[in-house]
Write a protein that binds this ligand. Structure first.
Ligand SMILES: [Zn+2]
Length: 221
């Protein structure tokens, strides 16, 4: 009796793969194999980017499900990829866990997107990564925001994206960045494509005298 009641939601709303729609699990074995790849690193606009998997149409569907639909399973997949990316960055950059604190700074979505969604997508991702990390001694500093209206980047080419994002991200008022001056800092995002958003975030911190080691992302193109 109880068992059949428990499976009722699954009968009414059967789980389907976020990637291909196949019924069964949140992510099917075939799609999972495509995103369980070794972490990668790539330099974009002078910033070292570390990513859990490479961007693809499948990756795009997972990112959109997490970002726009608040899909918990999709966010979990992105958080796991971010965890791999973070471990990779720590090894590659030879980040010392003893010498300095390590801060993760989520790259914010557009203000209008945050308002219409009602949640901060990259901040939720950062929290999920920290929850699952075995190391457990990272800090999140949610100190960035958009200073002005920017266009949706998805329809723009590289030059347009760079112009769209230039000086568009600022450090929030009343945030004390003193603790960052001798800390190790990584930006955090779900997806890095051209690197123009990461660059804008880096510039905002640089104006306040804060350098970054690079950026970690769930996926990158
Ligand atoms: Zn699938």
């Amino acid at each position: 009796m109880w068992n059949s009641l428990r499976t009722l939601p699954n009968l009414l709303f059967p789980q389907s793969c976020l990637g291909c729609g196949r019924l069964g699990n949140d992510i099917c074995l075939d799609c999972n194999a495509q995103i369980r790849t070794p972490a990668l690193s790539i330099n974009k606009m002078g910033v070292d980017i570390f990513a859990g998997f490479r961007f693809s149409p499948l990756a795009s569907r997972i990112v959109l499900a997490a970002k726009e639909d608040n899909n918990v399973a999709a966010r979990e997949i992105l958080a796991q990829a971010l965890g791999r990316s973070l471990e990779f960055a720590i090894r590659r950059l030879d980040i010392s866990r003893e010498r300095n604190d390590l801060y993760l700074i989520p790259i914010p979505s557009r203000n209008s997107a945050n308002r219409s969604r009602g949640y901060l997508h990259t901040l939720l991702l950062a929290r999920a990564v920290i929850r699952e990390s075995e190391r457990g001694n990272f800090s999140i500093l949610n100190c960035l925001e958009h200073s002005r209206r920017v266009k949706d980047q998805s329809k723009l080419n590289i030059d347009q994206r760079v112009r769209n994002m230039a000086h568009s991200i600022i450090v929030k008022e009343n945030v004390n960045l003193e603790k960052l001056t001798c800390a190790q800092v990584l930006l955090l995002d779900d997806l890095v494509t051209t690197g123009s958003t990461v660059r804008a975030a880096q510039s905002a911190l640089a104006e306040r005298g804060i350098g970054i080691l690079g950026a970690v992302a769930s996926c990158a193109s």
